[in-house]
Structure formats: structure tokens, C-alpha cells
Design a protein around this ligand. Structure first.
Ligand code: AMP
Length: 481
């Protein structure tokens, strides 16, 4: 399985760059040293083999710890340090770890451990194929984040498939997403398995165009793994073109709808660029379909396919009674096969991981259809959205607002444009009687509970307009905003 290949690559101890962050590069040889040291530390300290929280941002110890955990047969849980403390504590409560790297083993301590010069090689890989490789927490509709358990077998299948759909060997792969999002799984492991350099665009840089473009230029990258939102952000600046990135061959998109406008701009700025649209939820290990865009096809706005399933996955389109519909008919996308994760951590009630035709399946909540073998994504059927590439349950925000003791009711709505792209998230709130609070007070309190990217615009109102059924009329609310 792929950890054998990765260990083999690390053991070659090459001086090629393995990881670059903040103008600092680390070779494969250095990475191997860090992994060895952390691996032996974990085997000694994590005797009960409980899952390990790995807290931080894009520091080298994050990647080294992920690899060390896996080789040592331990599940890791990445948490980005931008996550509010209350949410981190909620995750810790659910996981109940003995070791949290970056928390009860401080960053200084882990850096000290990994820099030990007495190299003890790694000879054994302890992770078994059905073991949980990682747990990634994602927005949960109840207001509490839910952990998706992905097995070694799931990830092995994903990485082998990815390696086949891109053509890169000893190149440079740009990372955009934080390691706590499953988008990053693609660049984390593709870079290792293809012996490439993993080039990090740092979070601090994400809002500073000059710095981003300087980093992109320096990266000399061949492949970017990104959400369409991030590429759209880069495209705002005219200098995002083949002069800036002459070796850029491929952009691998995943996570949200790829729009024709993005594709057209990329084709006009980069000659011969290969664009790949991938689709899939965290619950199915990064992605399950891929589609190579064709420069000569003039796509309709809603007709960019997400593509064909990976070979060990089967996709069904189901009607309301979970019966398959005919081709070109819209229904809910159901995924079966090797990518379907083990489920959620704990006893989270869900109707998503189900049995279908005697097989484990994931009912996505996505609406789509199949035409000429290609899957097309249409929209969500629930209150989950993508905003700037982030997966957000609107009821997660609602429940966290309602948990503030001075809020009586909250309704959270996503404002979209005609392409169904979310422009804004707006929370309409009614305060309890005799409470004096303004929008800023609410935002400050909310930011203690949910990540910044989930925080909506707040509008305090006195009552909700009701529709014929006596429910809150969301359309009317938006009109009034
Ligand atoms: P995440 O778990 O963050 O990867 O989000 C998964 C959800 O993102 C899916 O269920 C879809 O709703 C959406 N999604 C992922 N990839 C695509 C894509 N290529 N086109 C449209 N929506 C996508």
C-alpha cells in the first residue's frame, strides 16, 4: 500500500526539496529525519494508540507528524490554529486524545524532538488497511463539528487514482487549503508519492496579493490543487498568467462548482493548461470523479461535468424513494465503493452512510444527473453551502447563534447570484426581551464559537415575516435586507 512507497521514497534521503513554506525549504532527507524522530516518540508516548490531534497551521512538523502517525499505526486529526478555542475544545471532547501535538506537546517540544540528530530508522509500518488513517472535522448541522473517519484503504485508493489522473513526477505542487480540510489531502500525498516539492502558500499571505504572486512566481509550480474560489481570487489580478507561472501544467479543482468564466479566463492566460474538475465530499475521501476540460468545447454555464467515477467507485442517481432514475434525470447522488469512509466519529445520528444493494454507501445530499457517462452536479438539496470554497452548514451557524444566551431566534440565509454562487451569508436575529446588543457584539461572541470564514453578516430584527405555512419566509427576509 502507498505508505510502503512513501517510506521507500523517504529512505532514499534525497536532497531534493520536499516541503517549502515561508521561504524555507526542507529536503526529503530532512523530512525523513523529522518523521523518524516523531515516529519513535509517538510509539514511546502514545502507548494506548489513541488518535492524535495535530494542531497548528502549515509548519513542517504538521506534515512530518501526519506521516509519523500513520507509520506508527495511529490516527491523526488535523486542526488548524485559526479554529476558535471553544470549537477546538469540542473536538478534543469528542476525540479524548492522550497526545495533542501543538497543544499538550508544545510546538517548541515537537521541534526539539524532530531535530534530534541520532537517526533511528523506521523499519515497521503499523497501520493496517482497515485502520482509520485520519479524522477530518467538518461543519455539522447541529452546531457541533462532526469527524469523518477515513481509513487507510480509502486513502490508498484515492492517492493511487490521483497519481494516475495527473502527470507529474519530481515536480512542484502548490498547496492552498489548510490541512484541516480534505482538499489538502490531495497535495499532501500526491507530492510525496510523486517525489515532488510540496509548496505552501501560507495563510497569512492569502489576502496579500503581492506576497501571493511573489510566492507563486518563486514556486515554479507544475500543479495547483485548489478550489475554484481561490483561483477566481488570483484571476482578479491580470498578472496571474503563464509569465508568472511558466511551468504550470495542471490545475486540479475540487470542492465547489467550476464556472465557465473561470475556465475561459484560465485558457486565455495560460496556453495548453490542463484543467481537471474533481468532485466528492470529505465522507468519500477527497474526490470520486474527474473530468478533463477540453479547450475546444464551448460549455454551457451549467454544463461543466464533474466527470467519470474512479474505477473502484459506482455512482447512482436516486429519486425520493432511493430508486435509481434514468440517465439525464436529476436526483440525489449516491456513492458506493472503495472511497466511502468509515462513518462519523461517535454516535452522530445520520441518514447519509447507508447500505445500498448490500454495499456501504454515502448519500451525498447533492443533486445531479448522468449524461454520456459523465456526472453533472446541480445543487444541494439541504442547507449546506460552499462559501469561498468552505463547506458550511447554515444550521451550524444558526445553532451557535441560538446558543448565545441573549438571542431568541436566528435564521441564517445564503444570498446567491444567478449562477447560484454564494455572495454573502446573512443571519437575521431576534434578541430576547430587554437585551441591548449590537451586530458587532454578536459577531464577537460568535467568533468564539465558529471559524471566521463561517461568520455571517448580522441583522437584528423584531420579527420574522411568515409564509402561508406559518414558517419564516426567507425570500421576504432577503428582500428586506
Ligand atoms: P467537502 O466535504 O468540503 O469536500 O465538500 C463536499 C461538497 O462540495 C460536495 O458534497 C458538493 O456539494 C461540493 N462539491 C465538491 N466538488 C464539487 C464540484 N466539482 N462541483 C460542484 N460541487 C462540488
Amino acid at each position: 500500500m502507498f505508505l510502503n512507497d512513501i517510506l521507500q521514497i523517504l529512505k532514499e534521503k534525497s536532497n531534493n526539496k520536499a516541503y517549502t513554506v515561508n521561504n524555507e525549504s526542507y529536503s526529503y532527507k530532512q523530512l525523513y529525519k523529522y518523521v523518524c524522530n516523531i515516529y519513535h516518540f509517538l510509539l514511546k508516548e502514545n502507548i494506548n494508540k489513541k488518535p492524535i490531534i495535530v494542531y497548528g497551521n502549515k509548519e513542517i512538523y504538521m506534515k512530518a507528524t501526519f506521516i509519523a502517525c500513520s507509520l506508527a499505526g495511529m490516527t491523526y486529526i488535523p486542526i488548524d490554529e485559526s479554529t476558535p478555542k471553544e470549537r477546538v475544545n469540542e473536538i478534543i471532547k469528542q476525540v479524548n486524545p492522550d497526545l495533542s501535538i501543538g497543544i499538550n506537546v508544545s510546538k517548541e517540544k515537537i521541534n526539539e524532538i524532530m531535530n534530534n540528530e541520532n537517526l533511528i530508522e523506521i523499519n515497521d509500518i503499523y497501520l493496517k488497511s482497515n485502520d482509520i488513517y485520519y479524522i477530518i472535522f467538518t461543519s455539522g448541522s447541529t452546531g457541533i463539528p462532526k469527524g469523518v473517519k477515513v481509513t487507510y484503504k480509502n486513502l490508498d485508493s484515492c492517492i493511487r487514482w490521483l497519481k494516475n489522473i495527473v502527470t507529474i513526477n519530481k515536480g512542484v505542487i502548490v498547496n492552498q487549503a489548510n490541512f484541516s480540510f480534505d482538499l489538502s489531502v490531495a497535495d499532501l500525498y500526491l507530492s510525496l508519492i510523486t517525489q515532488s516539492e510540496h509548496f505552501i502558500i501560507n495563510n497569512d499571505t492569502i489576502l496579500d496579493f503581492n506576497k501571493i504572486f511573489e510566492q507563486l512566481r518563486q514556486s515554479n509550480a507544475n500543479l495547483i490543487v485548489s478550489t475554484p474560489s481561490f483561483i477566481d481570487l488570483l484571476l482578479i489580478d491580470k498578472s496571474f498568467d503563464s509569465k508568472l507561472m511558466p511551468n504550470l501544467k495542471t490545475i486540479l479543482f475540487c470542492g465547489e462548482k467550476l464556472l465557465k468564466s473561470t475556465v475561459n479566463k484560465l485558457y486565455s492566460r495560460f496556453d495548453n493548461i490542463q484543467l481537471i474538475n474533481c468532485y466528492g465530499p470529505t465522507e468519500c475521501t477527497f474526490a470520486v470523479t474527474n473530468y478533463y476540460l477540453n479547450k475546444n468545447i464551448n460549455y454551457n454555464e451549467n454544463e461543466i461535468p464533474v466527470g467519470i467515477p474512479k474505477p473502484d467507485v459506482k455512482i447512482y442517481i436516486l429519486d425520493k424513494n432511493n430508486n435509481p432514475v434514468a440517465d439525464e434525470h436529476i436526483g440525489e447522488i449516491l456513492i458506493t465503493g472503495e472511497s466511502v469512509a468509515d462513518g462519523y466519529l461517535g454516535n452522530i445520528q445520520n441518514n447519509s452512510f447507508i447500505q445500498y444493494n448490500g454495499k456501504k454507501a454515502y448519500l451525498t445530499g447533492d443533486l445531479g444527473y448522468i449524461k454520456n457517462g459523465n456526472l453533472y452536479y446541480i445543487a444541494r438539496k439541504d442547507k449546506q453551502i460552499k462559501y469561498k470554497g468552505y463547506r458550511i452548514e447554515l444550521t451550524d451557524i444558526e445553532n451557535n447563534l441560538q446558543a448565545l444566551e441573549y438571542i431568541d431566534k436566528a435564521v441564517v440565509i445564503a444570498k446567491t447570484n444567478k449562477e447560484n454562487k454564494v455572495l454573502n451569508i446573512i443571519a437575521f436575529v431576534i434578541l430576547k426581551e430587554n437585551i441591548i446588543k449590537n451586530e458587532l457584539d454578536i459577531i464577537k461572541d460568535l467568533q468564539k464559537k465558529i471559524p471566521k470564514y463561517m461568520c455571517p453578516k448580522i441583522k437584528i430584527i423584531n420579527s420574522f415575516p411568515l409564509n402561508k405555512n406559518g414558517k419564516c419566509d426567507e425570500k421576504k427576509l432577503l428582500e428586506e435586507f
